[in-house]
Design a protein around this ligand. Structure first.
Ligand SMILES: [Mg+2]
Length: 124
């Protein structure tokens, strides 16, 4: 899916293929990798929030569908940046990106089944 010559997973896991692709585009010192990736993730999440803040503030009201579509695409681009940092951070911690996706959806399905999606705490 990401133009790779070798699929990471014989079953064609897109998350893990993407993680291979992010490795090939990574340019940062491994000495400070944890700090770099953590700060980068927060920075990109902030960029997502900043664009949404401008929508909430009303910056696009009355500017038509094209303006809204443009900011929507900018948010998509920033979400991709967030995903890149998540991919690299999970790799640094020794996990496949697919493991993060799978464990997250398992956790949320369990919470939904138990009626604890809303609330506080990591272990609910
Ligand atoms: Mg960005």
């Amino acid at each position: 899916m990401f133009g790779l010559d070798f699929p990471n997973d014989p079953n064609g896991n897109d998350f893990d293929d993407y993680q291979i692709a992010t490795r090939k585009t990574a340019v940062y010192s491994q000495d400070k990798a944890l700090e770099y990736l953590s700060l980068g993730l927060c920075s990109e999440a902030g960029e997502v929030a900043g664009k949404i803040k401008k929508i909430v503030r009303g910056d696009y009201e009355g500017k038509g569908a094209q303006a809204y579509d443009e900011v929507r695409k900018k948010i998509l681009d920033e979400c991709g940046d967030v995903l890149w940092y998540v991919s690299e951070l999970t790799q640094l911690l020794g996990f496949k990106l697919s493991e993060a996706a799978e464990s997250n959806i398992e956790k949320l399905r369990d919470r939904k089944a138990r009626g604890t999606v809303q609330g506080d705490g990591d272990n609910r």
